[in-house]
Design a protein around this ligand. Structure first.
Ligand code: NAD
Length: 255
């Protein structure tokens, strides 16, 4: 039985992880990190703690869906007490991404801005389309619920990286994430990534390739957050037996 520690357990995805673990055969919830106390009941066999070291020691693998600063603290502690880490938190800064890379030199780390099979495949398709559709303008639009804090979404940024790679472009030089005012015509290589927020939308991403006379749009819509929690647990089971290193969701899904 794989013992799972959940970081961010009281969040939208965290709560689903706890529910899913109740019905997962080869995994059980062993520890939950809290800042103060939990506002819901939990099986008394589970360690509920605000002591990071005890949290880490009580599990075989950690699943994180929290906030960037919280994820940073987790990574700092994990570097001292290595454990396989599944990181789902998005909006990580360059410093936090470097920390994640450092951690992966000591333990297996799977970092995925989207844990769904559909988006993992979409990234492959976007790479192919971007390479094949020379001269087409690439525009990405993402929509999420009104509570989402980071923008553009981690998924949209990963999709834009796939698109840039397909064209051999440096994303930092070509990404545009806002247009306002008399900004002039669209430049040839730019890759736009635009964010819309509203209601309870779980996640919708459209990658469009636009040319004179035709356009192709690839769209993925998540209709339930269970897609992410189930994907993350599948990743945790897979990661728990991997060597140290930095993995993506495609590695786990063998895409
Ligand atoms: P949420 O706001 O509902 O939950 C955040 C959780 O983090 C809460 O449990 C909160 O208590 C905890 N937290 C906040 N600050 C903390 C701190 N300093 N120390 C410890 N815990 C802290 O958010 P959510 O919708 O569940 O999403 C969480 C993260 O996962 C976000 O970054 C979101 O973008 C990302 N996300 C990723 C995927 C994916 O597939 N990778 C899917 C959905 C959401």
């Amino acid at each position: 039985m794989i013992r799972v520690g959940v970081f961010g357990a009281s969040g939208r995805v965290g709560k689903l992880l706890l529910e899913d673990l109740k019905i997962t055969d080869d995994m059980s919830l062993s520890s939950v990190y809290v800042r103060s106390s939990l506002d819901f009941s939990i099986d008394p066999s589970v360690l509920v703690t605000s002591d990071m070291k005890s949290f880490l020691n009580a599990c075989d693998v950690i699943v994180d869906f929290s906030l960037p600063e919280a994820c940073e603290t987790l990574l700092e502690y994990a570097i001292k007490t290595p454990k396989p880490l599944v990181i789902g938190t998005t909006g990580l800064s360059q410093h936090q991404l470097n920390l994640l890379k450092n951690a992966s030199e000591l333990m297996p780390v799977l970092y995925a801005t989207n844990m769904s099979l559909g988006v993992a495949l979409l990234n492959k398709l976007v790479y192919q389309a971007s390479a094949a559709l020379e001269g087409f303008d690439i525009e990405i639009v993402e929509m999420h619920h009104r509570h989402k804090k980071d923008a553009p979404s981690g998924t949209a940024l990963t999709l834009s990286e796939s698109a840039a790679k397909g064209r051999g472009l440096d994303l930092d030089k070509v990404r545009v994430s806002g247009r306002d005012g008399n900004i002039g015509e669209r430049t040839k290589d730019e890759i736009a990534v635009m964010a819309l927020r509203g209601g309870d939308i779980v996640g919708r991403h459209t990658v469009g390739f636009y040319n004179d006379g035709e356009f192709l749009e690839l769209n993925h819509t998540a209709t339930s957050r269970n897609t992410f929690s189930k994907g993350a647990l599948k990743a945790a089971s897979w990661l728990s037996i991997q060597e140290k290193g930095l993995y993506s969701i495609s590695d786990c899904l063998e895409l």
